[in-house]
Ligand binder design. Structure first.
Ligand code: GBH
Length: 489
């Protein structure tokens, strides 16, 4: 195994929290067990929209195998785990006023308790793309205004039931993906293209749902929310996980510099600006003026500052080319002006290995938003051809080891220059259901043998590398050190 990255001194690795991430639909399985109804991803995969006709029906079967998975995490020295709740497992009818599923609550209680018994601190994503199908059918999911109240109600159920043990919450995973791919383009479930208007309506509802959830958790006293029952003052944190690809100007020409900048505002600023500043970026308001809704003064006030930490899912960077005549045009490229690749291609067509782009993105985020705390909520890679290899070949994943080594090097450089990242999650703990790509693209630091009846997990070299230099040496979770906010279960 290689040494630790040069720019990550031991002291810094000790002072930082290092963990792994997954999401409910990608790992749980048990799709029709314990009172769970379908989510939009069950419907979409059962309709045959996934490569090789794969589905998440069983996935990694973490629904049954979580005790052994937490044991493996413990063996690797992992003390921080980011996972997501399945809304339709908790509330099979989805909406406010519908019954909470006791079997769903019991499942997550066992999961969380097992985690904590293994000294692993839970970080919970409330929504990682798996909307209850019933809410899609009722009001088109995130397109409907009703979504806001239903989401806040769902979050409230989670806070009430699990808020005593979970103190780190992320409302949404990658709003950009939800609104662009799930709704705008309709290439992700539910698979109904809603165009730019739908896309921005989705974002608008999502942001307002986030802000109300933040307010609910912290119980801003002057606010009036419908039927809020979360009683105790919460002392944990609520954030969000935003995905962004870094954009480097293709040349020094001013239209390329402007395009890179506008691209970041359009993709990251779309969500980050309202959360930090209370409104959409001026550039987006002008470029999307016919389709972008606007916030009332009250909404804007509620949104501004409605996060305790900023989560960033970071994978890759691209070049941006602008137009001298159209300030709203951003063309992205993977080759420089000499035709040289920006970095080696992973198994995923959108993902090239560009370690320096991580550093540049982090510097950009720190200077534009000056967040109090940044969590890298995801970072990882699919290794080329890994899926066609034997288990023994696949676990020798030099490609992924090099990816992590390079990206962590630049993360450490950013931290040493004052970027406020104190927590980092590798995506993913294990190979899993990679959305439209099914099981054909693997992001795990542990291999899952999907052909074996036991779905055997085997640690890859990347898992050993991270374990040795990061998980084992990093800060612990302080699990059980104090009782955070929330009621006792
Ligand atoms: C993350 O998204 C997800 O949070 C996680 O669930 C997933 O498993 C992981 O990445 C690996 O993919 O279809 O060509 O338009 C990462 C950000 C943004 C990457 C959208 C894929 C789609 C490119 N994703 N992008 S394309």
């Amino acid at each position: 195994l290689p040494d630790a990255p040069a720019m990550c001194p031991l002291e810094m690795r000790k002072n930082t929290r290092w963990g792994v991430a997954t999401a409910s639909y990608q790992v749980e399985g048990g799709w029709n067990l314990g009172g769970r109804t379908p989510s939009v991803w069950d419907t979409f995969s059962h309709a045959g929209f996934i490569k090789n006709n794969d589905t998440g029906d069983v996935a990694c079967d973490m629904y049954h195998k979580y005790p052994q998975d937490f044991k493996l995490m413990r063996e690797l020295g992992i003390k921080h785990y980011r996972f997501s709740f399945s809304w339709n497992r908790i509330l099979p009818q989805g909406g406010k006023g519908t019954p909470v599923n006791p079997e769903g609550i019991a499942f997550y209680n066992s999961l969380i308790n097992e985690m904590i018994a293994n000294n692993i601190r839970p970080y919970a994503t409330i929504f990682h793309w798996d909307l209850p199908q019933v809410l899609q059918d009722k009001y088109q999911g995130l397109i409907g205004e009703e979504f806001i109240a239903d989401f806040v109600n769902y979050a409230n159920v989670l806070f009430e039931n699990f808020g005593d043990r979970i103190r780190d919450w992320m409302t949404f995973n990658e709003p950009w993906v939800t609104c662009v791919l799930q709704y705008g383009q309709g290439v992700f479930a539910p698979g109904i293209p809603m165009g730019d208007e739908g896309m921005y309506k989705c974002g608008h509802n999502l942001l307002r749902a986030h802000a109300k959830t933040y307010q609910l958790y912290h119980k801003v006293p002057q606010a009036k929310l419908d039927n809020v029952t979360f009683a105790d003052a919460a002392r944990g944190k609520v954030g969000i996980a935003l995905n962004i690809e870094y954009l480097e100007p293709l040349t020094e020409a001013k239209e390329d510099v402007a395009a890179a900048n506008y691209g970041l505002e359009k993709n990251l600023g779309w969500f980050a600006d309202p959360l930090f500043f209370g409104d959409y970026p001026a550039s987006l308001k002008s470029c999307a003026k016919d389709v972008l809704p606007s916030f009332t003064a009250e909404e804007s006030k509620l949104l501004k500052g409605s996060l305790d930490f900023l989560g960033i899912n970071f994978y890759t960077g691209k070049f941006a080319k602008g137009s001298a005549t159209d300030k709203c045009s951003v063309e992205t490229r993977e080759q420089d002006v000499n035709g040289k690749d920006i970095g080696p291609l992973a198994e995923s067509s959108w993902l090239r290995v560009v370690p320096w782009s991580f550093y540049k993105l982090l510097k950009y985020v720190q200077s534009r938003y000056d967040p109090k705390q940044i969590i890298i909520t995801e970072n990882g890679v699919s290794a080329p051809k890994e899926d066609s290899m034997s288990v023994q070949q696949a676990i020798r994943d030099d490609f992924r080891v090099n990816y992590y080594k390079g990206y962590l090097d630049y993360l450490c450089k950013a931290i040493s220059e004052g970027v406020k990242v104190n927590t980092y999650f590798a995506w993913s703990f294990m190979d899993n259901f990679e959305w439209r790509e099914g099981y054909s693209q693997r992001f795990g630091i542990n291999h899952v043998d999907f052909d074996s009846p036991e779905l055997t997990r085997t640690t890859k070299d990347s898992g050993k590398f991270l374990s040795k230099h990061f998980f084992r040496v990093g800060r612990g979770g302080g699990v059980g050190a104090r009782r955070p906010g929330g009621r006792k279960p």
